[in-house]
Ligand binder design. Structure first.
Ligand code: PA5
Length: 472
């Protein structure tokens, strides 16, 4: 029996959300009142979530992937046995999830471990078109011993296509006509150019299901293949998401972790808190903040509401890491403007314990640490920072994972996804599109003379010219 099949174990791994330091009774006048939350369109938003559940296909991913999971596991096993490196080519939602889950659940120095200790290929997720980075990747991998996974839901993202062109050219030169042994595609079932390329090259192809947008796609083949290649139990990850789905199916907002988190964020936004800081106290969760930043920013940063009225909504996500950023940003969080909410993410039980040994016993300002562990130190620093932020009257909340494992990470991702969707309902906007990204994409096409973008090029040419007086 798998541990996640045991209800007691599952319950012992339930993540907790502590919202006390959002409330007036804890932090004083700047805190929220219950009435502010209750004044939000809660009933309408709960109904909206129920009505749209069918369209939010990402909500079914914990339940409807049996067939594809078997295919992913078999493919991952082959890659684990045959290849030295696994390279993901993708950007945005096609990259941030794989990076976050890998960092959370694999060894912190995964690629530097020996092959025996890693027992899996090295992982590289290439989510930029910086020419130096591509050159550097090619310096460290042997393409003949590398499996590439090109991921693009739309099948047309220029950054990903440029990477594919570079890699397929190298593979053709190294391997000849058949590059299907070294390249896997993950994309929409029929839309976009990657489907055509995959057919032409006879590539093994995984499908990004309909209704699963990029930033909601980590729990489908987009993220699951890389995770399985690295030895992560993807069924446990999905079991965690299913467990959270149950908690998030509660219509009572104050008892639903995703709904109440979203409601408090929206209430804070209405007070002018336009910044959301995500500050995990664990290196393993550092890239969860990156993944979350895209989810929150791209979903809620919207000019128009569902009726077409201009609202310029959104809350800027900021990534911070405990304790590192205590020495960089916490001064601002305690004494700066009341324009932010800080979410601390803590861990009850770290996967390692590092004792702090005796030494320099005559120097009291150092030796008080002796006999403690780094585990105690990081927790004390988290508690102390939470206290300092609370005392300063700034809004914060804390999400706690009993430990970092596939089950708790599945819960965390799913909770933030539902939270984002519910915030979209409260704000009466479409959380699932990204029209603001199109302008930059189209301008890039125009600059690179993509057919059909002549008008955009003319528009760019008539844009205000840079004046010398403002260039120093
Ligand atoms: O959330 C989204 O949909 C976007 O951020 C995409 O993930 C990103 O633009 C990459 O798109 P694609 O997977 O189509 O290449």
């Amino acid at each position: 029996m798998k541990r996640y099949e045991d209800k007691n174990w599952r319950d012992s791994m339930r993540i907790r959300v502590n919202l006390n330091n959002m409330m007036r009774e804890n932090i004083g006048d700047n805190g929220l009142c219950r009435s502010e939350i209750d004044a939000l369109p809660l009933t309408k938003s709960v109904e909206g979530m129920k009505l749209k559940r069918g369209a939010m296909k990402w909500r079914e991913l914990p339940y409807n992937q049996d067939e594809v999971l078997t295919k992913i596991e078999a493919c991952a096993e082959h890659i684990r046995n045959e290849f030295e490196s696994f390279v993901v080519l993708g950007i945005g939602g096609s990259a941030l999830g794989p990076i976050a889950v890998h960092q959370a659940l694999c060894h912190p120095r995964y690629n530097e471990l020996s092959r025996e200790k890693r027992n899996a290929p090295k992982l590289y997720v290439e989510d930029n078109v910086d020419p130096e980075r591509m050159a550097a990747l090619l310096d460290v991998i042997d393409v003949k011993k590398t499996m590439f996974n090109v991921i693009t839901k739309s099948g047309g993202t220029s950054e990903t296509m440029s990477q594919l062109l570079i890699i397929s050219d190298i593979l053709h030169r190294e391997l000849g006509d058949d590059i299907s042994t070294h390249l896997i595609a993950t994309t929409d079932k029929e839309k976009g150019n990657l489907v055509k390329i995959a057919e032409r090259e006879k590539l093994l192809t995984f499908i990004v299901p309909d209704g699963v947008g990029g930033r909601f796609s980590e729990l489908c083949p987009v993220g699951l293949l890389a995770a399985a290649v690295c030895g992560i139990d993807i069924r446990e990850l999905l079991a965690g998401a299913a467990y959270m789905d149950e908690l998030c199916s509660n219509d009572e907002v104050w008892s639903n972790p995703a709904y109440i988190l979203a409601s408090m964020q929206v209430a804070a936004m209405k007070r002018g808190c336009n910044i959301h800081v995500m500050m995990p106290y664990a290196d393993s969760l550092k890239y969860i903040s990156d993944w979350y930043a895209q989810l929150w920013a791209e979903s809620l940063g919207k000019r128009y509401d569902n009726e077409g009225a201009e609202i310029y909504a959104g809350q800027t996500p900021v990534k911070a890491l405990g304790v590192t950023d205590q020495h960089s940003q916490v001064q601002l969080y305690t004494e700066g403007p009341f324009d932010k909410v800080i979410t601390f993410i803590g861990v009850d039980s770290y996967r390692k314990e590092t004792p702090i040994p005796d030494g320099y016993l005559d120097i009291k300002d150092v030796s008080f640490l002796c006999g403690h562990t780094q585990n105690e130190l990081i927790k004390a620093e988290q508690a102390a920072t939470e206290y300092a932020v609370m005392k300063s009257g700034h809004l914060s909340n804390t999400v706690t994972l009993p430990e970092v494992n596939a089950f708790t990470i599945g819960q965390l991702l799913y909770m933030f996804e539902v939270m984002t969707a519910f915030a979209g309902e409260l704000l009466n906007l479409n959380a699932f599109d990204q029209p603001g990204v199109e302008e930059g994409k189209n301008a890039t096409y125009a600059l690179l003379r993509k057919p059909g973008f002549d008008k955009k090029r003319e528009e760019l040419e008539s844009a205000p010219k840079a004046k010398g007086e403002y260039i120093v």
